[in-house]
Design a protein around this ligand. Structure first.
Ligand code: NAD
Length: 430
């Protein structure tokens, strides 16, 4: 395993310093249980056969069936998918959900495919991994460049293979196909609940809190829009092509409407336009965006955005990790030294998997909740876990990330120990 996974493992070093862990637990946390690599043949619109490489990694299932999204991106690798599956294991434990962690991905520039090609690829991916997923085994969901429509195709393909309707196999589906109300905005909503609790504890007032949001997709857009609605000042927004800035604050809904109105409907699933095409606001480069002087730098794009190379230039007073792994371990150490608190991904973006859990529960019960109930339940979980983690960090004098990992690892350790560890079996040998 290479870079990202090794970097993810470094985060455990601080956790190990703060907790006595049996060797069995360390072993579980260091090795994925299963990694599947598949080749997916797809008939393209011009008649050619194109083969795409995909992965599904199940990291640990001690606490329940594994859960994790599927990413369509040219930079997908086994290393990245494994790291993401590890983070999902920790995240599900942090949120107290009865799931282990998994992740999937396909190496593809999805924006270059037609809608039909995308459907064939999505269905092909499910055919390739159908034997290892299921509502009681491993449950995929959306991630970068996959969405509710794609989840609908994937679920349908699974039903055809199994010859039965099992909506609990995939979450993040469209609402009319068994999706949960509130799932679309859940990651952004959960991140806002965490930020609001942090703000309350640290005397930050929404009206005077200036936020920059990097990434304007599912997670970033909903976070920006809900934060704006809650009275925070969203002063900057960036996507993959660059960012916009306004001292007086931006209206995320207007920016999104503008972006959508300009999009070229290539596959009709992705917005090809950029926030930078907004004529009214100051345009800034991706690099300058990360150096903005704001109260909260919310990172909702991809991993490794803050590293050793730029962590000393970050001027945000607080970093909110809505993406997975946006700050690497060296960047983290620099932010810690500079006393910039980082609200860590495994807590801050757990809203998505939490409402995915609600969707799975509703699918299995056949009983559907109103959006208000979904959001109330989400708020309760996010605030309960954030409160524990903020207290733990304060009590032990550790970073919020180490506290969050510690909180999750304690739950994983409990599950592993109750199944029996070396100590347990040594005791039984006469
Ligand atoms: P998405 O595909 O909907 O959006 C990604 C956004 O990031 C796009 O706006 C894209 O333009 C932007 N982007 C890409 N590279 C960028 C760069 N270098 N600089 C600035 N912007 C850039 O994806 P998403 O679902 O919103 O996921 C974003 C992150 O949140 C990922 O790390 C994902 O794993 C994480 N996450 C998502 C969910 C979810 O429910 N969607 C849940 C938990 C975590």
């Amino acid at each position: 395993m290479s870079d990202i996974f090794n970097d993810a493992m470094i985060r455990l070093t601080d956790v190990f310093k703060n907790i006595e862990l049996p060797d069995d637990v360390r072993a579980h946390l260091k090795h994925p249980k299963m990694a599947l690599a598949v080749n997916i043949p797809v008939r393209m619109d011009d008649g050619k056969l194109q083969v795409y490489k995909g992965y599904r990694v199940q990291f640990d299932d001690t606490r329940g069936p594994t859960k994790g999204g599927v990413r369509f991106h040219p930079a997908v690798s086994l290393d990245e998918v494994t790291s993401l599956s590890f983070w999902m294991t920790i995240k599900c434990a942090v949120a107290g959900l009865p799931f282990g962690g998994a992740k999937g991905g396909v190496i593809v520039d999805a924006k270059t495919l037609s809608r039909m090609e995308l459907e064939r690829l999505s269905r092909g991916y499910i055919r390739a991994i159908a034997d290892v997923i299921g509502p009681r085994r491993d449950i995929p969901a959306p991630d970068v460049y996959t969405n509710a429509t794609i989840m609908g195709w994937m679920a349908d393909e699974y039903y055809q293979i199994k010859r039965e309707h099992v909506p609990g196999v995939i979450t993040g589906k469209p609402v009319h196909l068994g999706g949960s109300l509130g799932r679309e905005a859940a990651t952004g909503q959960g991140a806002l609940f965490v930020l609001q609790l942090w703000a309350l504890r640290n005397g930050m007032k929404p009206g005077s809190t200036r936020i920059a949001v990097q990434g304007f997709g599912n997670a970033g857009y909903h976070f920006a829009q809900l934060a704006h609605q809650a009275g925070y000042q969203v002063v900057a927004i960036a996507d993959s092509k660059g960012g916009i800035y306004s001292e007086n604050g931006l209206d995320p809904d207007l920016i999104m409407a503008h972006k959508r109105s300009r999009r070229e409907l290539k596959s009709m699933l992705y917005c090809d336009a950029s926030v930078c095409e907004e004529a009214e606001h100051k345009i800034i480069s991706s690099k300058a965006f990360l150096h903005l002087d704001v109260d909260v730098l919310a990172l909702a794009a991809l991993e490794n955005q803050v590293t050793e190379a730029n962590a000393r230039h970050i001027r945000g007073n607080h970093v909110l990790e809505i993406a997975n792994g946006p700050v690497d371990s060296k960047g983290d150490a620099i932010l810690e030294e500079r006393k910039i608190p980082v609200l860590p991904d495994v807590l801050a973006n757990a809203g998505g998997v939490t409402v995915s859990y609600f969707e799975w529960v509703q699918n299995r019960a056949g009983l559907y909740w109103e959006e208000q109930e979904v959001n109330e339940r989400l708020k309760k979980i996010m605030e309960r876990e954030a409160d524990c983690i903020f207290d733990l960090a304060k009590r032990k004098g550790i970073t919020l990330r180490t506290a969050a990992y510690l909180h999750g690892v304690e739950r994983i350790m409990g599950a592993i120990q109750e199944q029996g560890t070396q100590e347990y079996f040594q005791g039984s040998v006469s």
